[in-house]
Ligand binder design. Structure first.
Ligand code: FAD
Ligand code: SF4
Length: 513
């Protein structure tokens, strides 16, 4: 074999960079299903099924094209094998000139494959990942000498470089870079109307076989396969995008942050897993959204709000990840040491917002951004859970979780574990934020306005407790001064009661006694 191209489960891009120099006569693809990768964190059943089904579809399509492929299924391997040990064995049994692979989505996987190839005495070439608009090197260059790495400025650079939503003179369309302020409406009292049902790909034989395998091998893992509805091929990913652009993008913009009971998807695109497995090209998503605006189908706030997530946040978090790994994973700026409460794995909690978001997560492997940031993420931040425990949960339960995107969002943006690289201040709020952005509080036994008393909302209690515990650190942050000042208005009697109740919540696995 002249060159062996390793393709991982999140690299299912049929036009990836290995294509340019792939000769079916002399070269081969190598793929392996490894149980250890599903057990590395306690993965949701849908997440395992998604990776396996998408890998098998990718393999079938490449074989139909006539490409030479070595594929090892889960059934064929000893459960103790790792990706590294399987590759090492393959390299021992075959004469391989060079191993090539596109940069993996996880530092750990890069490290273990590098070591495996190294032990085999074969050369390894890491190929650039053309899926993204920017490379880790671009980010390094941009970050060099900057005191703060703010997403907004990285996003503006990419808007200019890619000519997205720009005038011919090089200005942002409508004279503004950002329509963030128009993206924060709630649904009011009536709730959302006419939420379109999202596109549901049909399950074929490959997916059904994978379901049986997941039930057999990973039956005790969290979540259920019943409502699996994620794209597993490039064709399905394309249809999911079209469906979003046509039916939901128009409303996506202004209610992007809103939440509602029984409506897990609302006007969100549901394309993150297809993007992260590389079944969908982000350029296509950005182009389609811009086209929808230019043709008058959707307002600019909707198109820009969506494009900012992909061209801005998604590229930026990947830059942060490769810029700061591997030490980034261990950061714990707030010295948070609590365990993650058990109800994160079961949904059994009297707090309506948390039970709703966790139930939905277990059922679909999905929650939208604000549910992740301002419900589950906020609660663990306020409780003081160790960020690495929170990271393991997010990596396990979400269908779109790949470490390069999950870790900066969780440890950095949501838990402030990096001390302000991702977020200029901790994303903290009391229960009143959740009350404003959803209808959860209407159906809850707690009162979001109250910090003490039997029916006090635990978010509100823990919000004041958080400010109290961290006020020395926070008062130097200009953006936190208003909140810290409000804390100083609390009487010592009230503060004493808040501290006591917060302690009781912590001692009772995150639930008010
Ligand atoms: P939409 O709301 O329709 O947004 C469109 C697309 O923009 C998404 O598909 C996604 O690709 C991109 N995007 C949006 N926000 C972000 C962001 N903050 N960072 C990177 N890309 C973004 N996203 C993941 O893809 N994988 C993760 O493991 C992940 N973990 C997260 C953990 C936490 C604690 C938080 C707060 C956010 C996390 N996100 C993650 C970001 C975001 O929540 C999801 O991308 C989004 O909810 C996916 O749903 P959607 O496709 O319907 O997105
Ligand atoms: Fe959540 Fe508090 Fe509202 Fe209950 S009152 S739903 S715990 S924010």
């Amino acid at each position: 074999i002249r060159q062996l191209v390793v393709v991982l489960g999140d690299q299912l891009d049929s036009r990836a960079s290995w294509r340019h120099d792939f000769d079916s006569e002399q070269d081969a693809l190598w793929m392996a299903e490894v149980a250890a990768e599903s057990r590395y964190v306690w993965s949701h059943k849908q997440r395992i099924a998604l990776f396996l089904s998408a890998m098998r579809h990718f393999a079938r399509e490449r074989e139909e094209e006539g490409l030479n492929l070595f594929y090892t299924t889960l059934e064929e391997t000893d459960p103790r094998n790792t990706l590294g040990s399987l590759l090492e064995k393959f390299l021992k049994d075959h004469d391989v000139g060079v191993v090539k692979m596109v940069l993996p989505g996880e530092w750990r996987v890069l490290d273990l494959l590098r070591k495996a190839v190294d032990r085999s005495g074969v050369d390894l070439e890491i190929l650039p990942d053309h899926h993204f608009f920017s490379s880790p090197e671009d980010f390094e260059e941009w970050a060099a000498g900057r005191k703060q790495l703010r997403m907004e400025y990285f996003y503006r650079e990419l808007r200019k470089k890619e000519s997205v939503l720009m005038t011919q003179d090089g200005d942002p369309l409508q004279g503004r870079w950002n329509f963030d302020e128009e993206n924060r409406e709630s649904f009011g009292k009536e709730g959302p109307t006419d939420v379109p049902k999202p596109y549901q790909p049909r399950q074929d034989d490959i997916t059904r076989e994978v379901f049986a395998l997941v039930e057999e091998r990973f039956g005790d893992h969290p979540g259920s396969l019943e409502d699996f509805s994620w794209p597993v091929t490039e064709a399905e990913a394309g249809r999911a995008l079209e469906d979003f652009i046509e039916h939901r993008l128009e409303s996506f913009g202004n209610v992007q942050d809103a939440m509602w009971t029984g409506e897990p998807f609302l006007f969100h695109s549901r394309i993150s897993s297809a993007l992260n497995l590389k079944l969908l090209d982000p350029r296509r998503a950005v182009e389609k959204a811009e086209e929808a605006y230019r043709s008058g189908m959707v307002p600019i706030a909707a198109a820009e709000g969506f494009i900012r997530q992909i061209l801005g946040w998604r590229e930026y978090v990947r830059g942060v990840y490769w810029h700061l790994m591997p030490e980034y994973r261990d950061r714990n700026e707030l010295e948070a040491e609590e365990e993650l409460p058990e109800f994160y794995w079961t949904g059994k909690a009297p707090m309506r917002c948390l039970s709703e978001v966790v139930d939905q997560t277990l059922r679909w492997g999905y929650a939208h951004h604000i549910q992740r940031l301002m419900v589950t993420g906020l609660y663990s931040l306020l409780l003081g859970v160790r960020p690495q425990k929170v990271h393991e949960w997010y990596l396990a339960v979400y269908i779109d979780a790949v470490e390069w995107v999950e870790l900066p969002n969780t440890l950095g943006m949501s838990q402030y574990g990096d001390g302000g690289v991702m977020a200029s201040k901790p994303y903290i709020a009391s229960g009143k934020y959740i009350q404003r952005m959803s209808n959860y509080c209407q159906e809850c036994q707690f009162n979001p306005v109250k910090a003490v008393g039997e029916d006090a909302c635990p978010f509100t209690t823990l919000y004041w407790d958080f400010l109290d515990r961290h006020q020395d650190r926070l008062q130097d942050n200009r953006r936190m001064q208003f909140q810290v000042k409000n804390l100083s208005r609390k009487t010592s009697d009230e503060l004493g009661k808040i501290r006591k109740r917060a302690q009781e919540i912590r001692q009772n696995s995150g639930i008010p006694a």
